[in-house]
Ligand binder design. Sequence first.
Ligand SMILES: Nc1ncnc2c1ncn2[C@@H]1O[C@H](COP(=O)(O)OP(=O)(O)O)[C@@H](O)[C@H]1O
Ligand SMILES: [Mg+2]
Length: 271
Amino acid sequence: MGKVIVVTSGKGGVGKTTSTAALGAALAQNGEKVVVVDFDVGLRNLDLVMGAERRVVYDIVNVIQGEAKLTQALIRDKRLETLYLLPASQTRDKDNLTPEGVEKVIAALRNAFDWVICDSPAGIERGATLAMRHADIAIVVTNPEVSSVRDSDRIIGLLDSKTLKAENGEVMEKHLLLTRYDPVRAERGDMLKVDDVLDILSIPLLGIIPESMDVLRASNVGSPVTLADSTSAPARAYFEAARRLKGEVLPITIPGEKRSLFGKIFGRKAA
Ligand SMILES: Nc1ncnc2c1ncn2[C@@H]1O[C@H](COP(=O)(O)OP(=O)(O)O)[C@@H](O)[C@H]1O
Ligand SMILES: [Mg+2]
């Protein structure tokens, strides 16, 4: 049985789709069988970041509506044999995602893959709650700015109340992925520092992804950054985050600083 991860955030544009693609590829690059699922119906951008937009024939809505089999909708990555994409519909809206349909699809994927990584729309609307509903693990993507951190706090509240795990009285495993971190701007005070973020959001840190042109370059050629440029700083940070997902305890290097944090340790105490 595979693990289901939701990649979620309060605010849009923080790096969820980028992170879904990069973490999915990083796990697959290490031999894990991975499917990345696009729950952002309407925007359909995970296929672009994965470089699979011209290969989309059927999508998750077709599968839920019984118009296609799951195996027909899954797209195997051209570069990695163990990486698959279940795309979102470009044309239908998220009302076509029924709770029963989503449950069936996730159950089937969980049986067939080691990791099912769901790229969620931002916010607290239906699409986001459907994407998180069946998750075992949540990755809360946050940028080092006040509005993003505040909205992440609300999402953490939802993860602890609206998911199946929460309803069953279980604890959802939650990780913070701090993305687009720019040490120069943090030092200048234009952005929050790592410690400030950890003070507010007391969930374990999965990684810190630096702000980098390498991410944009990878996205422009339709490749997760871990594949496009595996030695770049953001790729290395994603590879380490993927290893932490698998349970390894590795120190987290703060970009621009010499000291390290330990990801499994909470908040301030980690410094
Ligand atoms: N580490 C990063 N460095 C630079 N740009 C980034 C980084 N992460 C994401 N971006 C850019 O930010 C924008 C939003 O990212 P995206 O992954 O689409 O966010 P979301 O899915 O949360 O809306 C994209 O243009 C993406 O290329
Ligand atoms: Mg997105």
